[in-house]
Design a protein around this ligand. Structure first.
Ligand code: 5GP
Ligand code: MG
Ligand code: MG
Length: 181
């Protein structure tokens, strides 16, 4: 059921996110130094704001591609079954790839999508997630970089939605329901 009786309480400001992305970009540049071209793959749709800011911080030759995996739909629960809905446009065989995700929650999405991308035999595959909810992990998956570890709260903003709303908030906020139905 989709509720509309909620407010969003700011959890991570736009400024804090920007500073963290700058630091992450320096680490990624160091790790991929000398790469001919890094293929930065965004997992649609939640990562679209993050990938836009991240690639603009990266002083590396990059190519941008997208992959869509099945998600929660409009629910707040993980389906645990992950399917590829939209495939990459480009080739990643023999290339350096960075998979960009909004949140690692149970870990199923990244575990499954990295497994899928590895079948294409990239030279290197690394993962980055803006947010991490370690308390919710169900499969043993660890992203190579994460922006912020957060508690088990449902968050929106900065590309992340609740029933397709709130993606345009410039900050990350926590959904707080105000009614009792
Ligand atoms: P996982 O497969 O790791 O359980 O789920 C990852 C996906 O669940 C994330 O990419 C994200 O789309 C969604 N997700 C996890 N936590 C939240 C949250 O707090 N808010 C929203 N909107 N989506 C979430
Ligand atoms: Mg996602
Ligand atoms: Mg969603």
């Amino acid at each position: 059921m989709v509720r509309t009786d909620y407010v969003v309480d700011e959890m991570i400001s736009a400024k804090t996110i920007a500073a963290r992305i700058e630091a992450l970009a320096r680490e990624i540049e160091a790790d991929f130094a000398g790469t001919e071209k890094l293929v930065v793959v965004g997992l649609l749709r939640g990562s679209f704001v993050f990938i836009a800011d991240l690639v603009r911080e990266l002083r590396l030759p990059v190519e941008v591609d997208f992959l869509e995996a099945s998600s929660y739909g409009d629910s707040m629960q993980s389906s645990r079954e992950v399917r590829i809905l939209k495939d990459l446009r480009g080739e990643i065989g023999g290339r350096d790839v960075l998979l960009v995700e909004d949140i690692v929650d149970t870990g199923h999405t990244l575990a499954r999508t990295t497994e899928y991308l590895l079948t294409r035999e990239p030279a290197r595959l690394k993962t980055i997630a803006l947010l991490d909810k370690p308390a919710r992990r169900e499969v043993d998956f660890k992203a190579d970089w994460t922006g912020f570890a957060i508690p088990d709260e449902f968050v929106v903003g900065y590309g992340i939605d609740y029933a397709q709303r709130n993606r345009n908030l410039p900050y990350i906020g926590k959904v707080r329901f105000t009614g009792d139905s």
